[in-house]
Design a protein around this ligand. Structure first.
Ligand SMILES: [Zn+2]
Length: 474
């Protein structure tokens, strides 16, 4: 996204978000007694004293910091020699030996899709995200009325829900691949009219899907930019080279890069994906374009490993995170896998080699300077809402990213594509108080992001275990 496009995304008037933020502010003014969280009156001051603070701008840990929150806002971040006077009635939290991070954002979730088939409503799973330290999610394609209702529910219950940002339906061929969340658009001349409708749903993201042709894709990109919307794509018919040339802002899934760097002469060879060279001219050229144009790539490694390639590996289908979702969803996952023909890709060895290539390409994108997002594709099979983000972060480290780069991507970069980096994504004065307190250093081992002691969402203190207890077990 160019600077002018980014500015348009930042400054565009978005009524749903106005609703979301003002709804939360109204709630935060009220003193609520809840089992899962402590909500104080807006003027209450909360102080986290003496913590190591992850500065997501510089991707470094700053020792011995004190964070002062009043109501829903961070009002001071200071070293030990600059601490302002603390009111006598402030709630004080001893942060010594602990690590404060901005709340995580999951850049690729569905709050209706998949759940609709499993007779689960999106609101039932929202506490799982917050229990995992995910304080905001970007929907990347859902039935728009239902997703809007889930977003409103989340805004009304910040004490157990993350913020939900909504997306267009998947803009696709006719008929669309996913009939529950797709919208057919085949004539570029009809794109402005489609956007007149979409705009009234107050979406944050526009998503191009696999059946879209180049002329329609180009019209969608132009119209998105005209209206200050971020446009991302799960590519199929429209090639990565063309979409990047046409100015797409983001690409969803590592396939949206990988599938366009396979030389035609090897496409019919069995197992070729796991043996592909990523040093070919076509790969180098696409990676360079992505880096130069700063196209955001959201690899969503969790869904490729867990659902598409390796769901038959015991450690994946029996992963302890999977037990956290309601039984209705857990029992539906194998049905959905059968319906979608997963796992894909031949023998287990071939599939493992293929997944290793996705990690290799992700590392290559990072080293080239392509901005990466952290998204999961929850709640696709075995991609547990909230907790899959920790799996995703582990896989990004396996791909070659330093833990600090992963944490920056999961906070500040993800906030940027929502146009929200002025309000969240770092622990900074004036930003909303979405803060995690960890007992172990995540820069030593990315798995330490699971050592969550406290989750503060919009200035409300939540306990992880109490949030988990809100999720239905059946
Ligand atoms: Zn998805």
């Amino acid at each position: 996204m160019s600077d002018s496009k980014r500015m348009a995304v930042q400054t565009r008037f978005r009524p749903v978000q106005r609703y979301v933020w003002s709804g939360i502010a109204a709630i935060a003014l009220t003193l609520i007694t809840a089992t899962s969280s402590k909500v104080f009156a807006a003027e209450t001051t909360i102080v986290i004293e003496g913590c190591s603070l992850f500065d997501s701008e510089s991707a470094t840990l700053v020792p011995d910091q004190t964070v002062v929150v009043r109501g829903s806002t961070i009002i001071h971040v200071a070293g030990k020699n600059n601490i302002p006077e603390i009111p006598a009635d402030a709630v004080r939290i001893d942060g010594r030996g602990k690590y404060a991070l901005p709340g995580f954002i999951d850049a690729h979730v569905h709050v209706v899709h998949v759940l609709d088939y499993a007779h689960v409503t999106g609101d039932e799973l929202l506490p799982l995200y917050l229990a995992a330290g995910v304080t905001a999610v970007r929907s990347t394609g859902d039935e728009v009325v239902a997703a809007t209702l889930v977003a409103r529910f989340a805004a009304a219950h910040p004490e157990f829900c993350p913020r939900v940002f909504t997306c267009s339906p998947l803009l696709d061929a006719d008929p669309p691949i996913h009939r529950d969340i797709g919208r057919a658009i085949t004539d570029p001349l009809l794109v402005p009219e489609l956007f007149d409708d979409l705009e009234r749903w107050d979406i944050t993201t526009v998503k191009i899907y696999a059946g879209t042709s180049r002329p329609v894709g180009r019209a969608v990109i132009e119209e998105s930019h005209r209206r200050g919307l971020f446009v991302t794509a799960h590519l199929g018919r429209y090639s990565a080279q063309d979409a990047v040339m046409d100015g797409v802002d983001g690409l969803e899934h590592i396939w949206s890069v990988f599938n366009y760097v396979i030389p035609p002469e090897i496409k019919n060879q069995p197992g070729h994906r796991g043996r592909l060279s990523l040093n070919s001219p076509v790969c180098e050229s696409l990676v360079t374009e992505l880096a130069q144009r700063k196209v955001f790539v959201d690899p969503t490694l969790a869904v490729f490993r867990n659902m598409i390639l390796l769901p038959d590996v015991a450690g994946i289908h029996d992963h302890p995170d999977n037990a956290l979702v309601p039984k209705r969803l857990r029992e539906f996952w194998p049905v959905y896998l059968r319906r979608t023909g997963c796992p894909q890709g031949g023998s287990l060895e071939d599939r493992q080699l293929e997944f290793a290539k996705y990690l290799e390409l992700t590392g290559k994108l990072y080293r080239a300077g392509v901005p990466l997002l952290v998204g999961t594709d929850s709640p696709e099979p075995q991609v547990t809402p909230g907790f899959a983000l920790h799996q995703e972060m582990e896989m990004l480290v396996q791909s070659g990213l330093p833990p600090a780069a992963v944490l920056k991507a999961a906070t500040l970069t993800n906030a940027t594509v929502l146009g929200e980096h002025e309000r969240c994504g770092s622990i900074s004065e004036g930003k909303v108080a979405d803060i995690l307190l960890l007992s172990k250093n995540p820069l030593d081992d990315i798995r330490h992001t699971r050592s969550l002691e406290l989750i503060m969402h919009h200035g409300i203190m939540c306990q992880p275990q109490a949030l988990l207890e809100r999720v239905p077990s059946e």
